[in-house]
Design a binder for this molecule. Sequence first.
Ligand code: SAM
Length: 277
Amino acid sequence: MTDASQPAPTTSEVRRAVVERYGARARAVLEGAGVATSAAACCGPAVPTESQPIEFVQDMPAARPDAAQRYGTSNYDPTTQLADLPETVVGASLGCGNPLAIAELSVGERVLDLGSGGGIDCFLAAKQVGETGEVWGLDMTPEMIALARHNAEQVGATNVRFRLGEIEDIPFPDASFDVIMSNCVINLSSDKPRVFAEAHRVLAPEGRLRVSDMVWTAEPSAETRANLEAWAGCVAGALLLDDYLEAIRAAGFGDVDAHYEPSETGLVSADVVARKR
Ligand SMILES: C[S@@+](CC[C@H](N)C(=O)[O-])C[C@H]1O[C@@H](n2cnc3c(N)ncnc32)[C@H](O)[C@@H]1O
């Protein structure tokens, strides 16, 4: 709970901070690969330099050292999952788990990735569902969508597409997907009940929710909760695990379960599963 002297950031403050942070990261990856971006060439926030680094969850004092253990590419098998992917996919991996490891995808399934970033989980999912399946990535940061579409061309993936939009207002009809996955994203939303309600709406009956996300096992300080940088860094917006699972149940899901390694800080990366009832 936050006290009155430390108000939580507003929804618009959170969205602006998230889009700026992840937009800067996407531009840095694209420019590192020699791809010009119109936003970077014009008037977007500066691309980070060594003296002005982007802070992510592993940089946050409250998160060290435990959360860093499941951050980015450390979650993937370097031989079977990363070896064939371009650097612009691997270098943009900002997850805190590997939802593919719990997704149990089958050929022909329709998959939606909430907050797809540079697309790493989409490209891995695309291999598993094959040409008869389809994968969509949804992200609200325009530069991330540009990076993901660039990556789809590099990978040669024909069954993956990316759409700009918000996970609180998923731009797809009811019952469009068999599986929804998400990797280190829902903690960034200031309306998690709505995200889970939307996920439930666009899943087909018996559809699976497969999420890796940051959660707290003990309430952090009011100072941490009020810190906008920590919110955009996947720390301050993370719910208590019990509240997270209750929000999923309240949206109508059953078979809700979570696995995580405990940490001294109380901030953990959890693998969460649920099924649409
Ligand atoms: C920590 S990154 C994770 C990206 C990707 N899932 C991965 O594993 O690399 C979070 C991503 O979620 C997106 N995001 C955050 N909040 C969002 C929201 N409310 N709606 C849509 N996308 C969101 C950000 O733009 C960013 O690309």
